[in-house]
Design a protein around this ligand. Structure first.
Ligand code: FES
Length: 107
């Protein structure tokens, strides 16, 4: 089962075992991870699921779609290059492990 670690700005970590059929946003919302809201339900229309992927894990992510790329211009915390992704667009099915930081502006 894939594992995702969500790291808060104060360093607090939440480690979740996630179903391969879910997304990094849905797993966080279901577990009540602070700072991940998922307001639009995963339609890439709100950016409240913005996460900053740790550099070691960038290669395991699916490619970024056009909708995700556009929505990342609307985040509450400024976009941080390739590290910025929408959690709702990160499918857990292809992951083994992932570590993301929750942007300070979302907490
Ligand atoms: S949940 Fe709205 S953009 Fe990801």
């Amino acid at each position: 089962m894939p594992t995702i670690t969500y790291v808060q700005p104060d360093g607090t970590e939440t480690v979740l075992d996630v179903q391969p059929t879910t997304s990094a946003m849905r797993a966080a919302v279901s577990a009540g991870v602070p700072g991940i809201v998922g307001e639009c339900g995963g339609q890439a229309m709100c950016a409240t699921c913005h996460v900053l992927v740790r550099p070691d894990f960038l290669d395991v992510l699916p490619p970024m779609g056009e909708d995700e790329d556009e929505m990342l211009e609307c985040t509450s915390t400024p976009r941080d290059g390739a590290r910025s992704r929408l959690g709702c667009q990160i499918s857990c099915g292809t992951l083994d492990a992932l570590v993301v930081d929750v942007p300070a502006g979302q907490v």
